[in-house]
Design a protein around this ligand. Structure first.
Ligand SMILES: [Fe+2]
Ligand SMILES: [Fe+2]
Length: 323
């Protein structure tokens, strides 16, 4: 991608250095991972933007689907818009959105989410996958609203066909494999996610092929694999909506080298490690890119993952300031 120089400069600033951005509402905080070594800086780097759980709402349509109009105020489309603008300013090579683009899967919410992401979609630099809120109602799931309006590239599909696992070549050296873990269930607030054996088998094959070709593999899905020990109040709700077959995804990562697992669902950012065949696999939650919250772990953010064939070199964070 020829961005090694820029990436090196960015990391050279070191973790913890804060920068003023635009109107001063933004600051880039330090990397979640240690800075890359010299050899990594000399390799071609892919910069993958990662944002999640935008929960774009059409407030006028509520109360509906178990939510009040006031519930919509937990998320701000204005914050999401500013974070997306910051990612464009950073000139990321590609953007990944790990689900829950809408508040409860209403048609107008998909339209608004698509509008928000259109600049990335137009350039062919966007991969989206669904979250549980995108299949919140039987109607949204049954009419494949997510795929028709958005998925998997932000442009939507005219002719529907099975999409996930989706292989996206981010560079000759880095491959993204996007999974669909969103499943409609009644009641939706207690329905677990599910990848399924067929999708898992295909993902395993894609990861194997990529490894054999010397490519690093990034796995992406909506649901968390594990919840780290520190708890926030929203975890109590998420515990009712886990990933039913998380153990099978963890096993895949233990058997086939995966550079990183990227997800959302939990509206707090964190990074944990699970076992890999040669070294631990980082599992990174982006939190929410629109949540109105001042608690440090829950402040709205976007991530930029720097990757090459050696794996994940660094993750930088763009944190939204208070409104
Ligand atoms: Fe969410
Ligand atoms: Fe979710």
């Amino acid at each position: 991608m020829g961005r090694s120089g820029a990436a090196a400069r960015r990391r050279a600033r070191g973790p913890g250095r804060r920068r003023r951005r635009g109107d001063g509402a933004w600051s880039a905080t330090g990397a979640l991972l240690p800075s890359a070594d010299r050899s990594a800086r000399e390799a071609p780097i892919v910069r993958l933007g990662h944002i999640s759980d935008l929960h774009i709402a059409d407030r006028a349509r509520y109360p509906r689907n178990g939510f009040t109009a006031r519930d919509c105020e937990r998320h701000s489309p204005r914050i999401a818009r500013k974070l997306l603008a910051a990612l464009r300013e950073e000139k990321v090579d590609h953007l990944l959105v790990t689900g829950d683009l809408t508040f409860s899967g209403e048609p107008s919410e998909f339209v608004r989410a698509a509008e928000l992401l259109a600049p990335f979609a137009r350039e062919g630099k966007l991969t989206v996958l669904p979250g549980n809120h995108d299949v919140w109602t039987h109607e949204a799931a049954g009419t494949f609203r997510f795929l028709r309006a958005l998925g998997p590239d932000g442009k939507g599909m005219r002719k529907l066909h099975a999409v996930y696992p989706l292989r996206v070549e981010l560079s000759p050296e880095v491959v993204l494999v996007a999974l669909d873990s969103a499943r409609y269930g009644e009641p939706p607030q207690e329905s677990p996610g599910w990848v399924g054996s067929e999708q898992l088998a295909q993902a395993r094959e894609l990861a194997r092929e990529a490894n054999q070709a010397g490519q690093a593999v990034v796995l992406a899905l909506h649901h968390h694999l594990v919840i780290p020990p520190e708890r926030v109040p929203s975890d109590a709700k998420l515990a009712r909506m886990p990933l039913y077959d998380a153990d099978k995804v963890v096993r895949l990562c233990a058997e086939v080298p995966v550079a990183a697992v990227l997800h959302g669902h939990r509206h707090a950012a964190f990074r944990v490690e699970i076992p890999g065949p040669a070294r631990p696999t980082p599992v990174i939650c982006a939190g929410s890119g629109s949540r109105v919250h001042d608690e440090p772990a829950r402040r709205p953010r976007a991530l930029i993952h720097s990757l090459d064939k050696g794996g994940l070199r660094a993750t930088d964070t763009l944190v939204a300031g208070s409104e």
